[in-house]
Design a protein around this ligand. Sequence first.
Ligand code: CAO
Length: 240
Amino acid sequence: MDFDQFGDTEEQKLTKIKKLTGANLHRNWVRIPHVTQWDEVDVTDLEALRKKLNAAEAEKDSGIKFTLLVFVMKAVAAALQQLPQMNSSLSSDEKNIVLKKYINIGIAVDTPNGLVVPVVRDVHEKDCIALTQDLRELSGKARDGKLTKNDMTGGTYTLSSLGGLGGTQFTPIINAPDVGILGLSRADKKPVWNGEAFEPRLMLPLSLSYDHRVIDGAEGVRFLNALREALNAVREELQA
Ligand code: CAO
């Protein structure tokens, strides 16, 4: 189509990363039967604790600053242990699933050249401080264009957080060979009925996409319920 017939235009090359991820995203979108399920979880108490913990870390000058994403990583690892089929891959003949006993979470990172997904390894074995350090190191390398192939392979599940930027819900595209991906949007204060009155609560929107060849709708709901409980457990552990 000749767009110039309607006005001035300018052509820009897609970055190398956009060309590569574009081809993968297209293949995954077309080949995987996606279902996206939206939910939200009350993070009022967790956010209050995060602020308290960050104030204590600032006082110690430790350089540690927790974000909600790290707490969610920890809770996702616990939910994956409860529903291991979400931490699997479909075999190439599509007759079996390969259940992985390790939990390596890919984190979508926005960089000036496009989207990259470095992998945080053995998330189930790390505490929130170690996960914060890993995330800082990998997102720094991503933004400086210094990720190695090893930093970007071996993931078993993916998290995509747009919470620092905005939005309410979205449709994350599964990062094959994973069978699930969780998107986070911006937590917002909402009126929630407590049985007697509406109460302002901080609600974190969750967007879970899964491969319907491997995960049924009921399993998707169970996964999000497990995640909700695991987030409470993370808060209790941090409080102790
Ligand atoms: N709700 C409300 N606030 C949130 C939030 C949420 N869900 N998630 C993060 N925030 C806040 C953080 O707490 C922080 O605020 P404070 O300074 O007050 O603590 C601020 O937003 C910035 O957070 P951050 O983005 O630096 O840190 P993070 O750990 O949440 O995320 C990273 C790290 C690397 C995932 C993120 O920087 C990033 O690149 N996100 C984009 C990913 C992306 O593009 N996904 C789309 C893929 S599909 O195209």
